[in-house]
Design a protein around this ligand. Structure first.
Ligand code: F6P
Length: 324
């Protein structure tokens, strides 16, 4: 019997809504192309440990609409070391795995590149709510997280207006202000704080006071997790000043990572999953799928990991103009 070309699939790093839709697309496209699929549990940790199981069309049934990842995920320290990468490759060879599809964020693409440098045929698929991966307009999960934030801030604004309060709302994004800036636009924030632009507590206080003077019934401040000021410190600072509004805070936290993926994320994940397998079939590897314009393109993993995605300053300035 001739062994079929076998592709492994894993999810790695922070989970993102739509990862399941991507897994489903990978598995079903692979089967359509007469390939075998091995699911790897627990990300790169599971690759090192050999946590493998065969996947068929039914094993990805009913997951399209589910958040999280059925394959589980991890942030593997061991895999960052060459020894861990070598152990992973040994396990792949023992299992007869010919190629690997990695669904994950920036750190996961670093791991994918390291494997490709050691001769493994790898394709990356960008999945991260932070949308901080270079080479794709948007990553899987970002749209769902944006919608979760929007719903939450709309609710907070209702109560903020009723009590004439200022709310400081923290969004995720350790190193990236993408979610905060976009939330600033779609939720109508008075001010947005992001890691990329340092702002002082005094400037925030001035913005809150100014909103009060202009007759606003509330002030919404969006603080990105990675900004220069911690949310608790910021609230403490502005609440002690007599700015008109009293202040409350909400840290949205991991709520932003969960939930059923939006139609946009299901579509993006499906398109990228299909394209990733088609690329392998055509003999491509060492690349990541990326949305460019209206199409899904392939970007060398080396380019992905050597470039830093910057926040769009045009959008940042837009948050200020629209806060009048
Ligand atoms: O990368 C996604 C992300 O949600 C970041 O926004 C956040 O800083 C980080 O993961 C939190 O990681 P963990 O769930 O491991 O605490």
């Amino acid at each position: 019997m001739v062994n079929k070309f076998t592709v492994g699939v894993l999810t790695s790093g922070g989970d993102a809504p739509g990862m399941n839709a991507a897994i489903r697309a990978v598995v079903r496209t692979a089967l359509t192309n007469n390939l075998q699929v091995i699911g790897i549990q627990n990300g790169y940790e599971g690759l090192i440990n050999g946590e493998f199981h065969p996947m068929d069309a039914r094993s990805v049934g009913g997951i399209l609409q589910r958040g999280g990842t059925i394959l589980l995920t991890s942030r593997s320290k061991r895999f960052q070391e060459p020894a861990g990468q070598r152990d992973a490759i040994r396990k792949m060879n023992e299992a007869g795995m010919d190629a690997l599809i990695v669904i994950g964020g920036e750190g996961s693409m670093n791991g994918a590149y390291a494997l490709s440098q050691k001769g493994v045929k790898v394709i990356g698929i960008p999945g991260s709510i932070d949308n901080d991966i270079w080479g794709t307009n948007i990553a899987i999960g970002t749209d769902t997280a944006m919608n979760t934030i929007m719903e939450a801030v709309d609710k907070l604004r209702d109560t903020a207006s009723s009590h004439q309060r200022a709310f400081v709302i923290e969004t995720m994004g350790r190193n990236s202000g993408y979610l905060a800036v976009m939330a600033g636009i779609v939720c109508g924030a008075e001010m947005v704080l992001i890691p990329e632009v340092p702002v002082t507590g005094e400037e925030v206080a001035a913005a809150v006071e100014d909103a009060y003077q202009r007759g606003k019934t509330h002030a919404i401040i969006i603080n990105a997790e990675g900004s220069a000021i911690r949310t608790t410190d910021l609230v403490e600072k502005i609440d002690t000043l007599d700015l008109g509004f009293k202040t409350r805070m909400t840290i949205l936290g991991h709520i932003q990572r969960g939930g059923s993926p939006t139609a946009y994320d299901r579509l993006l994940a499906s398109r990228m999953g299909v394209k990733a397998v088609e690329a392998l079939v055509e003999g491509q590897h060492g690349v990541m799928t990326g949305l460019k314009g209206k199409g899904v393109d392939f970007i060398p993993l080396l380019d992905v990991i050597s470039n830093k995605r910057k926040v769009n300053m045009e959008y940042y300035h837009m948050t200020k103009v629209l806060a009048r």
